[in-house]
Design a protein around this ligand. Structure first.
Ligand SMILES: [Zn+2]
Length: 631
């Protein structure tokens, strides 16, 4: 029977816009899955969406949809993105699916029957926007939420709890006897010290929203995200369902089970999840890899800084494989990686256009020129440096296999690029164009080109998990169909016929020109205070508001700024009924050049916030009036 590999991404919270950080996790899992398929493992790769909770409920209401309609749309967008990125997942689990809901309810009931979930009263501090409870020691000094900084409020409510405390020692023991359970080690140490400080029982239900999975015997309680979302790793396998053959195959008897998560959600996966499994008597078979973040030069990506990069914009400019390679090759396990367009273009030119692209092109051109595209396996070696190249090939294959099996893709790819560079150097050492001048040295020339050919073939095999499109093109160019790791040895090719007109895989980019194009995509350029002072921002009070005829979006507002009344056309109609704006004091850009919008004069602009599937929201002041300064 084949060995099995089960690899999972976290299920992403439904928000429609997957940025480059989530893309990294998903691509990394894809590399891992493809690697194991090439290795001959029966591989199941799971990804999906976390679709419940208050934020979805609110966003749906604001958009005039049911939560189910909203998450259906978001799931479709996300699946399409993964397909376009060649993510080879086998299953896409959604927490609003029946197959998931049934299992979560059974898990909850079974934990309750065992006494590991009990009904209690939660007393303490609650953050409405994070939907999270906090203990006194977790709050910021001023009592605000440690996650979002907003004020928390005291609540006392009935709630179900999971007995974490009961399993604390058992979990510590598991971590200590399985040193590779949590990787890398720094993350493991953080988890250990978190547990050693003492685990408090976890509130696992909420009564503050409806969009979620109800506790079957007490339906005013909704099962909160911990149990709901984490259970996806088992519900997708049919655990506790009529047919649990996947669970038996990939989990109970599985060879490799790997959860990949960002370092920000490690606690859920390293503490809550294994404790749930212990309580359910499910064997803890998985390993956890916690990776770092994709940072921008300015630090973390954030909407408010405006430096979020979305994968589609990078792919549209430079192609999918340039993005996949950059993220996988630049991210060391356990650390963060920085995404910047100048580094991206530099690496594109060095790794793809120069090192790899040139090697393929030079080799194929010579095979065509000297042997009409045909090569035979040589009887023996001719050049004294051959054993060295063959040793480098062997060593690279070993290190590559070992690194990739342990999620150390950067290490493996750096090895692979050393082979590519060693092979380029082999061309300079052997000078095939000189050897070609002597008819008597034809067999030697064939042997040299065969070494180059084999090195390229093996490179294509090793690249396939990372950049499948490029690897497939390479195979086509060298006259083969895609090979798996059974063919990962030097000298396996007997004879070949390469493409007669080699393609250029990657064209060199002009760095200056590219950076100019990207100025709008990167962070907006810095301004000084004088630039800012050009804006005349005012508080203006809405005195009239009406919908523009034949427009779904536009409102015509009359706004009083000091003693003057302005007309401003604004796209707020989908977010606010017109009468609800009357009396509001908004922030207005008062010195924007007047324009006509659909025939109506608009003298200024109202500041709004947008994003996150939420409706536009106006920026409003409460105490001040139109005589106050805004800056
Ligand atoms: Zn909060």
């Amino acid at each position: 029977m084949k060995k099995t590999c089960y690899v999972t991404t976290p299920i992403y919270y439904s928000s429609g816009n997957v940025h480059i950080g989530n893309s990294y996790t998903t691509i990394a899992c894809d590399v891992f899955a493809r690697f194991h398929r090439s290795l001959g493992y029966d591989t199941l790769f799971l990804t999906g969406m976390d679709e419940h909770g208050l934020k979805i409920e609110e966003a749906a209401t604001a958009a005039g949809k049911t939560p189910q309609q909203l998450v259906d749309e978001l799931a479709e967008t996300t699946e399409q993105l993964w397909k376009d990125m060649k993510i080879s997942y086998n299953d896409f689990i959604r927490t609003s699916e029946d197959r998931h809901i049934r299992v979560v309810q059974k898990i909850f009931n079974s934990l309750q029957e065992k006494g590991d979930i009990y009904l209690g009263t939660y007393e303490g501090d609650y953050c409405v926007s994070c939907e999270a409870f906090f203990t006194k020691t977790q709050l910021n000094e001023d009592g605000t939420c440690p996650d979002c900084g907003k004020p928390t409020r005291k609540v006392q409510e009935e709630c179900y709890f999971l007995r974490l405390s009961k399993y604390q020692n058992q979990l510590l023991k598991h971590i200590k006897t399985n040193p590779d359970f949590i990787q890398p080690e720094t993350r493991r140490n953080e988890v250990v010290s978190f547990i050693e400080r003492g685990l408090e029982d976890l509130a696992v239900s909420r009564t503050s929203f409806r969009w979620g999975i109800p506790v079957s015997a007490d339906s005013k309680h909704i099962i909160y995200v911990w149990i709901d979302a984490l259970s996806n790793y088992l519900s997708a396998l049919g655990y506790l369902s009529d047919n649990d053959s996947l669970y038996q195959k990939y989990w109970v008897n599985g060879e490799k089970i790997v959860h990949v998560v960002g370092k920000d959600i490690i606690r859920f996966h390293a503490v809550y999840w294994p404790i749930m499994l212990m309580a359910l008597n499910v064997p803890i078979r998985f390993k956890l890899y916690a990776h770092g973040w994709v940072l921008m030069k300015e630090g973390k990506m954030s909407k408010s800084v405006g430096n979020i990069i979305y994968p589609r914009e990078v792919i549209a400019r430079y192609g999918l494989d340039a993005l996949r390679l950059y993220l996988i090759k630049e991210m060391p396990l356990g650390n963060d990686c920085v995404f910047s367009y100048d580094r991206f273009i530099e690496k594109y030119n060095a790794d793809l256009a120069n090192d790899l692209g040139n090697l393929l092109n030079r080799t194929l051109t010579m095979i065509n020129k000297y042997f009409s595209g045909k090569l035979k396996k040589p009887e023996h070696n001719y050049y004294a440096g051959d054993p060295d190249l063959e040793n480098v090939i062997d060593k690279t294959i070993k290190k590559y296999l070992d690194s990739f099996a342990n999620f150390r893709f950067q290490t493996g790819l750096n090895e692979l690029w050393q082979l590519i560079n060693r092979t380029n150097k082999y061309i300079d050492e052997t000078t095939p164009w000189v050897v070609a001048k002597f008819d008597s040295r034809l067999a030697e020339l064939n042997s040299i080109l065969y070494h180059l050919y084999e090195s390229l073939r093996l490179t294509a095999i090793m690249l396939w998990p990372v950049i499948p499109d490029t690897a497939e093109t390479m195979f086509k160019e060298i006259g083969l169909s895609v090979q798996d790791f059974r063919y990962l040895h030097y000298g396996q090719t007997k004879s070949v016929q390469v493409a007669r007109e080699p393609k250029i895989l990657f064209k060199r980019l002009d760095i200056e020109e590219e950076l100019k194009k990207n100025q709008t995509a990167d962070l907006k350029s810095l301004i000084n205070i004088d630039d800012f002072n050009k804006l005349d921002l005012r508080v203006g009070e809405v005195i009239e508001a009406e919908k523009m005829a034949k427009s779904d979006k536009l409102l015509i507002l009359k706004i009083k700024i000091e003693s003057e009344v302005r007309q401003i056309v604004s796209g707020l109609a989908e977010s606010y009924p017109s009468e609800s704006l009357i009396g509001k004091k908004l922030i207005v850009v008062a010195n924007l050049k007047p324009v006509k919008i659909r025939g109506y004069l608009s003298e200024g602009m109202i500041l709004t916030a947008e994003g996150d599937n939420l409706p536009l929201e106006v920026l409003e002041v409460k105490k001040h009036n139109s005589y106050s300064k805004v800056n």
